[in-house]
Design a protein around this ligand. Structure first.
Ligand code: ADP
Ligand code: G6P
Length: 483
């Protein structure tokens, strides 16, 4: 039977060993949460890294781990500590991530990391080749695995190979600074279909293909002499029903059934009925603009001091890539900013910022979404930002205001939100003021079309569209046919 192989660095579950026992935790991040819904749907095998290095896996636990992953429809690629260092922390997150998010000054160009990136991509490709049979479909995900499509194609040109990039593709002027730009493009062009979240990322990619490789581009197809590679944009959706239904259930819960977090949030709301809660949820990442947001919050309270004791900012940051120096520095900066702002502004009855540095379970995420009046998301650059979509999906009574950075891919589809430039504190302060005072009728008028769109173009539809496009293109453009 034909199966789909999903290939990504992160599996939907992350394994940890605690006191000799294995524990599995759900992975955080747009790729994992989105693809998890798709993976449960049908016949698929998900290949990726377990989150543990080979050195961390005790020999007697190896088969238990494989079995546990098998239960989730997953199979692991073994990575050594040195590989994780060079491939994941190194090339993926110290070269590609900053470069593609326009943080050029953070990008390191280390030949040794590139070599490990190549070798580890080869490992992932080999894992696919071992598992692929018949006319399977391969769907490769994200910037950690950009060489895999070509590596697999060299052995199995008959497979349908799709690639999706979950982060921005930068403009040619940025991309051209990468010493291995040709290799990356050639690796990606091994796919039959290459997908991006937005038309802009697609355009940037095509421009780089034309200018770096000198290839002919016809509309959204690239002429590779023996075949055409297709490029298109597919804005990723969320599991709308899951969030919407969870929020409904949450609203219906009686006192005894509420989570601790929900009870506390409701108690706070009840004791200060005219207070407004602002919410921001992100991985702790410099691309998310968390430090700037804190400074903008301070600016807002300076410009509109009447909101002191009336608003509260709840910041949930999930630990991420904490071995990379920029992430460590950012953590320190955020800790200091929260401490300073709270220290300077708090009163006996008011703490302006509640800051949580941890991962939360699904129910608690929904508790936060449903009890906060305003979602305030200010990435400096973000491939999509699913949190914005999740917030809107949970607003079952259609109230709530979304303030969203125009630098997030999701801003293209959510133009009813209050869109802001994350560097413009004046505009941000005024948007917060506007959000606080927005009449309910206007909130509903803005949220209704966004909800409709999110319900219609959900993650299942997104994956279905990608697959259909891949298979149609493959059929119309068979391999081995010389042009
Ligand atoms: P990114 O993929 O860059 O992390 P997205 O906003 O697209 O950003 O996706 C983040 C995903 O991770 C969302 O599905 C969100 O629900 C989840 N998430 C973010 N923060 C947390 C947290 N603290 N605890 C649990 N899940 C989180
Ligand atoms: C983003 C990337 C994903 C990545 C996720 C979490 O969503 O697009 O590829 O998995 O962040 O980051 P991590 O480094 O923990 O996998």
């Amino acid at each position: 039977m034909r199966k789909t192989i999903i290939l990504s660095n992160r599996l939907p579950v992350q394994l940890q060993i605690n006191e000799g026992k294995m524990q599995a935790k759900p992975s955080v991040g747009g790729l994992a949460t989105g693809m998890k819904s798709v993976h449960q749907e049908g016949e698929s095998l998900w290949i990726g890294w377990s989150g543990l290095t080979q050195e961390e896996i005790p020999e007697d636990l190896e088969s238990e781990i494989d079995l546990a992953l098998e239960e989730h429809g997953c199979s692991k690629v073994r990575l050594t500590e040195a590989e994780v260092e060079g491939f994941y922390y190194g090339f993926s997150n110290r070269t590609i991530w900053p470069l593609y998010h326009y943080f050029l000054e953070y990008a390191e160009f280390e030949l040794s990391n590139w070599k490990i990136y190549e070798a580890v991509n080869r490992k992932f490709a080999n894992a696919v080749l071992e598992q692929a049979s018949g006319d399977d479909i391969l769907w490769v995900h994200d910037y950690q695995l950009m060489l895999v499509p070509q590596m697999v194609r060299e052995e199995r040109p008959d497979l349908s190979i799709g690639f999706f990039l979950h982060i921005p593709f930068p403009s040619y002027e940025i991309f051209r600074t990468l010493p291995w730009r040709e290799e990356i493009l050639k690796g990606l062009l091994g796919a039959d279909l290459i997908g991006f979240h937005t038309y802009d990322y697609e355009r940037h990619f095509l421009s780089s293909v034309r200018r770096v490789l000198g290839l002919e581009v016809n509309f959204n197809e690239i002429n590779l002499e023996d075949r055409m590679a297709k490029v298109d944009s597919f804005p990723m959706g969320i599991d709308y029903a899951k969030f919407h239904e969870a929020a409904k259930k949450n609203a219906d819960q009686k006192d005894g059934e509420q989570s601790d977090l929900q009870r506390r949030l409701y108690a706070h709301k009840a004791s200060t009925p005219d207070a407004k809660f602002f919410l921001s949820i992100d991985r702790l990442d410099y691309s998310k603009g968390i430090a700037k947001r804190l400074k903008a919050f301070e600016y807002f309270l300076g410009k509109y001091p009447e909101y002191k004791e009336k608003v509260r900012l709840i910041i949930l940051a999930v630990p991420s890539r904490s071995k990379v120096p920029q992430y460590q520095l950012l953590k320190k900066e955020i800790d200091e900013l929260v401490g300073r702002i709270n220290g300077e502004l708090s009163t006996v009855s008011w703490t302006p910022i509640w800051y949580f540095y941890r991962s939360l379970g699904f129910e608690n995420l929904v508790d936060l979404y449903t009890s906060c009046d305003i979602a305030w998301l200010t990435p400096i650059r973000d491939g999509m930002n699913l949190v914005a979509k999740e917030y809107i999906a949970t607003r079952t009574d259609k109230t709530g205001v979304l303030i969203l950075s125009e630098m997030a891919g999701s801003a293209n589809e959510m133009h009813e939100a209050l869109l802001i430039n994350p560097n413009n504190f004046e505009q941000i302060a005024d948007s917060l003021h506007r959000a606080i005072n927005m009449p309910e009728a206007e909130q509903k008028a803005r949220n209704t079309p966004m909800q409709k769109r999110l319900a219609r173009y959900n993650v299942e539809k997104w994956a279905g569209d990608f697959m259909e496009s891949l298979l149609t293109h493959k059929q119309s453009d068979p391999p081995y046919v010389a042009r």
